[in-house]
Write a protein that binds this ligand. Structure first.
Ligand SMILES: Cc1cc2nc3c(=O)[nH]c(=O)nc-3n(C[C@H](O)[C@H](O)[C@H](O)COP(=O)(O)OP(=O)(O)OC[C@H]3O[C@@H](n4cnc5c(N)ncnc54)[C@H](O)[C@@H]3O)c2cc1C
Length: 418
C-alpha cells in the first residue's frame, strides 16, 4: 500500500489522539506501543474514573494553570481545546458530567470508556497498531527522521510523532525513553522531576489514619518560617504521609522547600472558622460533653480518624474532664486545629508522581504544529513536552490538544512528501 506514512511512538492519551487525527487527515498511520495494551496510564487516571478535562471556560485561566509555559498552548487549545474535546467524546457516545473543582468525568463507567472512544477513533482511520513493540532508536539522515528501530524490526515513515510520556508511574510504560530519542534529534531536555507527587512526612500518626480523606481543609507551606504557598481542598492521609489534590498540587513547592531549606506544613482543619469562632464552638462542645474525658469530646468537631493525633498534640491531658478545661487550653486547642504542624520528609518520587515536570524544551518546538524546529518531519505531543499542570483534568487536556495538532501537522507534512 502506498501513501504518506506517519509513525506514532507511544499509545497513551497523546499518541492515540495523534494517530487518530493523522489517519483522519488521510495518512497511513503506524502506532507503536511497547505494552500489550493501549492507554495503560489512562486506565489508572482519576482513580480509574478519568478526569478527562476541566470545565474551566476561560482560556487564559485554563492556560495559567500551566504557569508561564501555558502560553505555548494558546494555538493548540484554540484549535482543539476543552470544548472540542467534549464534542469529540460526546460524538462517540461518551456523556460527561462536571464535578467539584470543574473536574469533568464520564457520566457512566470510567477510564475504559475513554480508551474505547480513542480505540474506535484509530480503528476508523485504519491505524496499524504494533503492540508489545519497543522503540529503541530514531535514525536521522540529512536533517530528517527516516526510521525508528524497534525491537526486532524497523519502521520507516514520512513523519514521526513521539508521544512516549514522561517518567512518572514507570510501570505503565512511561520510562522516559522519548527523551533519548529527542536528544538524538538534537533537542534539549529540561531535567525531568516528579510533579503532583505524594509527600512523605516525619510524623508516623497518618499511618493509623490512612485512607482518611479530609475535605475542606487548608494546607500552608513554610520555608525557613516564611509562607510559600497555601491550598484549600481535599487531603488524603496515607501510610507514608499525605496525598490527595492539595498535597499533590503543592508537592513541587514542598519538594523545593525541603531540598533547599527548612520546610514545614501547617494543616488548618477548620479553615471556614476564624480562631475566635472556633474557640467559642469548642467551648459549646465541651459544655455539651460535661462529665466526659477530653479525648471523647471532639467527635462533633473532627472526623474520628484524626482525633487521636489532635489529642496527642494538645496541651490538655486526654483524661481531663470537659468542665475542667481552662479558657487558655480551649484557645490553644483552637490554635492547634487551625495550625496543626506537619513535617515534610521528601516526595515519593517518579514511582508515585502523577506527572513529570521538565522534558523537551518548548523553545525548540513550533507551538502551531508541535513540530521540531531542528528535525523537520519530527513532532512531539503530551507529557514528553516540558509542560505540566495541576490536578483537575489539565494534564489530559494538554495531551488531547497537543496530540490532535501533532497528528494534523504530521499528516500534512507526510502528504507534502508524497
Ligand atoms: C495515577 C495517575 C492518575 C492520573 N489521573 C489524571 C486525571 O484524572 N486527569 C488528568 O488530566 N491527568 C491525570 N494523570 C496524568 C495523565 O494521565 C498523563 O499526563 C497522561 O496520561 C500522559 O499521556 P501521554 O500520552 O503523554 O503519555 P503516557 O500516557 O505516559 O503514554 C506513553 C506511552 O508510550 C509508551 N512508550 C514509552 N516508551 C516507549 C517505547 N520506547 N516504545 C514504544 N512505546 C513506548 C508507553 O508504554 C505508554 O503507553 C494521571 C496520572 C497518573 C499516573
Amino acid at each position: 500500500m502506498k501513501g504518506p506514512r506517519v509513525v506514532v511512538i507511544g499509545g497513551g492519551a497523546a499518541g492515540l489522539m495523534a494517530a487518530g487525527r493523522a489517519a483522519e487527515k488521510g495518512a497511513r498511520v503506524v502506532l507503536v506501543e511497547k505494552n500489550q495494551t493501549l492507554g495503560a496510564k489512562l486506565l489508572l487516571s482519576g482513580k480509574g474514573r478519568c478526569n478527562l478535562t476541566s470545565a474551566e471556560e476561560d482560556l487564559d485561566t485554563f492556560l495559567s494553570a500551566f504557569g508561564p509555559k501555558g502560553k505555548f498552548l494558546y494555538s493548540a487549545f484554540s484549535r482543539f481545546g476543552p470544548a472540542e474535546t467534549l464534542e469529540f467524546f460526546s460524538s462517540r457516545g461518551l456523556r460527561t458530567k462536571v464535578e467539584r473543582g470543574k473536574r469533568v468525568f464520564p457520566e457512566k463507567g470510567g477510564s475504559e470508556r475513554v480508551i474505547n472512544c480513542l480505540i474506535d477513533y484509530i480503528r476508523q482511520g485504519g491505524v496499524t497498531v504494533y503492540r508489545n513493540r519497543e522503540a529503541l532508536n530514531l535514525e536521522i539522515r540529512d536533517g530528517r527522521a527516516v526510521r525508528f528501530i524497534l525491537r526486532g524490526q524497523e519502521v520507516e515513515g514520512d513523519a514521526f510523532i513521539i508521544c512516549t510520556g514522561g517518567k512518572s508511574f514507570p510501570r505503565t510504560g512511561s520510562t522516559g525513553d522519548g527523551y533519548r530519542f529527542a536528544k538524538r534529534a538534537g533537542h534539549q531536555i529540561l531535567q525531568p522531576v516528579p510533579a503532583l507527587c505524594p509527600v512523605r512526612l516525619k510524623e508516623k500518626w497518618p499511618q493509623t489514619a490512612r485512607g482518611l480523606n479530609l475535605k475542606n481543609v487548608s494546607l500552608t507551606l513554610l520555608k525557613d518560617g516564611t509562607v510559600v504557598s497555601r491550598r484549600f481542598g481535599e487531603l488524603l492521609l496515607t501510610h507514608f504521609g499525605i496525598s490527595g489534590p492539595i498535597a499533590m498540587d503543592m508537592s513541587r513547592d514542598i519538594g523545593e522547600a525541603y531540598s533547599t531549606g527548612n520546610a514545614a506544613l501547617l494543616l488548618d482543619l477548620k479553615p471556614a472558622l476564624p480562631l475566635d469562632v472556633l474557640t467559642a464552638r469548642i467551648g459549646r462542645d465541651l459544655e455539651k460533653y460535661a462529665g466526659k474525658m477530653f479525648r471523647d469530646c471532639l467527635k462533633d468537631l473532627l472526623p474520628g480518624g484524626i482525633i487521636p493525633a489532635v489529642v496527642e498534640k494538645a496541651t490538655v491531658p486526654p483524661d481531663k474532664k470537659a468542665e475542667y478545661i481552662s479558657p487558655e487550653e480551649k484557645n490553644e486547642l483552637a490554635r492547634l486545629l487551625k495550625e496543626y504542624p506537619l513535617t515534610p520528609d521528601g516526595l515519593l518520587g517518579f514511582d508515585w508522581s502523577i506527572v513529570t515536570s521538565g522534558g523537551v524544551d518548548l523553545k525548540e518546538i513550533d507551538p502551531r504544529t508541535m513540530g521540531s524546529k531542528i528535525v523537520e518531519n519530527l513532532y512531539f505531543a503530551g507529557e514528553i513536552l516540558d509542560l505540566d499542570g495541576p490536578t483537575g483534568g489539565f494534564n489530559l487536556q494538554m495531551c488531547w490538544s497537543t496530540g490532535f495538532v501533532a497528528g494534523d501537522s504530521a499528516a500534512l507534512s507526510a502528504c507534502r512528501e508524497n
